[in-house]
Design a protein around this ligand. Sequence first.
Ligand code: ADP
Ligand code: ASP
Ligand code: MG
Length: 813
Amino acid sequence: MRVLKFGGTSVANAENIKKVVQILQQHSQSKIIVVISALGGVTDQLLKAASLAAAKDETYKTILTELEKRHLETAKALLPVTQQSSCLSKIKQQFNELEELCEGLFRLNELSRRTRDRIVSFGELLSSHILADYYTASNQSGEWLDSRQLIRTNSHFGNAIVDFAATNQLIREQVLQSTSPLFIAPGFVAGNKEGQTTTLGRGGSDYTAAIFAAALDAEALEIWTDVTGMMTADPRWVNSAKNIANISYQEAMELSHFGAKVIYPPTIQPVMAKQIPVWVKNTFAPDEYGTLIQNTPSVEGEIIRGISSMNNVALLSLEGSGMVGIPGFSKRLFEALAEEQINVILITQSSSEHAICVAINAVDVEKARHAVDLTFEAEIKSGKVDPLKVELDLSIIAVVGDQMKSHPGISGKMFGVLGRNGINVRAIAQGSSERNISAVISLSDVKKAVNVLHEAFFEFEYKQLNVCIIGVGNVGGKLIDQLAHQQKYLQQHLKLNIRLAGLANSRKMVVKEDGISIGNWKEELEQGEKMDISHFVNTIVSKNLPNTVFVDVTANADVAGIYDQLLAKSISVVACNKIACSSPYQYYQQLKSLSREYNALFLFETNVGAGLPVIGTLNDLMRSGDQINKIQAVLSGTLNFVFNNYDGTRSFSQVVRQAQAEGYTEPDPRLDLGGTDVMRKIMILAREAGEQLEMEDISNTYFLPASCFEGSVEDFYQEMEKQEPHFKALYDAAAAKGCKLKFVASYENGKAAVGLQHIPPASDFYHLYGKDNIVLFYTQRYPEQPLVVKGAGAGADVTASGVFADIIRAARV
Ligand code: ADP
Ligand code: ASP
Ligand code: MG
């Protein structure tokens, strides 16, 4: 004897029901019981019709008409015309009854739990009759069983408790006396002693099947559904969820208890007691293995079996100083909840006994509040206990596996991953069986939590990084090219999968959970929404994607001004934009502490020397206990280019124009030539060396005449042309001494300065060509001979690669 249960999707329409019958035909060698759900979605519709009728809303009639049509059409599509009449009249008769019941609700303006069960039971009654008629119509013998007569429950309508002694006897009497090779029974429905219809809870057809299996000592129970077995996470949320081939009863129970909808939680209990193996199979891929649930010893190496989650959870906290050391508080709390039939999902109590915290289904909150406050009325009045504290909009996530108990570090890993992704944990429970660790988190974080945990425990292949880039000009464009080019390498060597999740320029923005096609980003961006920086950030934050990195490749102050919001959401920030780090010290400091507090990285290597490892080197020196005595540097690729190329043969203005044309300058070259850019860079280095500096603390001996700072960029070029003798004189004065002109930045004894200097041939700075930068770190460990970082310090390619390196750092692979 085997028991097969088919869920709502498996019998959603005639085509699917035919698949079910094909599966049944393959089982013809043994006696079978088929338990079936209502056609997919029907239970919800019946509940809706009942509520509408009781609320005096006539649209319930439309729902019933549509449902009737759907059932009639399904029967017609399955049965030959000559054999339709009895089935169709049964369907019509059942809808007449339904209409009468709903009319009664409409008149009374009220819906009792008992009537609701009557109404909702029609879903399974209809589907099982259609299947039975179709099965017998194809010349196979089958018998319809009335589960309402066979499964005996108490009168807790909506979630009735089974009387197993009576039920087992009723089932055995009925089934064992019959010679029929196959029985078809409606799932979900049952009956009380008085013969009234009850139901076993939403999703309860699985349970019906388990009850039949246990009563009849079946050799196996098969749950046929729309996925290939139990999976490591809900496949609707985690694309890479994997099939679980073997799982123990306890693990399956834990996963389903905490939300793995594929099996209704009470299902396991009766079959486990009889050691009946359970298969979970896919109606739409019957040849696939599926999942076998039994008393298996766990497979070596698989510590965690799955991750599940449950929404609509509320957290109740009973707190008060009067609770400490006095026994009986928890007993009274749980009794109060039990009397109201409130199911407790999770319990925690701190060792101080100052508070007991329980998670329940949010629909029960008001009942719970009332019951608990009433129970503790006296203590609340005397101030020993506070009124019940209730928190809503929560979820529970659970990590499940039999082997957890013998492996340290699972909870460390779990909470580490949640923390790194900015997911706040409200309560934690670990069963003493150590088969599950569960945590209460905000509802808005649950999808992200399941994904990052799945990644940490099951995806050994890849870590998924979600990158959002703002600024797609010179550097941004190169960066995207580099990302595209390196994708394979990163997958192979770092096991890192980079997904372009967001993109924006000054006009347009696009954020896509599933990623923007890296080969088609320009078109996707063009088709995006109108750019608005707050909207861009809010969209990124609201998507709540795991492992997110925000990359700023603009020079925009508004963008720099929102890093704090991102870091506070645990989104790492990679900035090529120098404005944040060179803004008032207080903001720079705030970003650094947000980064620490929310475990998100704030990286800006390209703020100084483009892709050169300047800041990283300085950080490494500091972290390893070195101290910076002095920094001397040539930090402007632009100024180097200009002074390396200027000797009076072409005008200074022309050389600057060339630098701009070749992409070495800021859009307004005065930021470079006036020294502001270099001031920012030396300030950032000084700050990273531990100095609290502001821009006004840095001295700058300007070489540009004041008149050059007036007007537009074009005015500036013309003014330089007029000032050519001034520039020539600067050059000649240096050349006369055999020196070159370099714009040097220095930091020593808490002071920073920038300015044009005459560099003699013996200096480290003399042989500095093209757009090169150089930084000399004089430290306690490098007192006389400095640590030198030198190389190209400007250019889109090297800057993009520096940003790229920061992105990889932010991935923490
Ligand atoms: P049925 O109608 O067949 O009873 P359900 O909808 O009740 O089917 O359950 C199957 C669904 O459970 C799947 O479609 C899947 O989305 C969901 N599900 C949630 N968690 C898991 C999991 N861990 N493994 C497999 N499916 C899961
Ligand atoms: N039809 C019922 C429900 O949707 C029972 C089931 O399908 O298991 O909850
Ligand atoms: Mg189900």
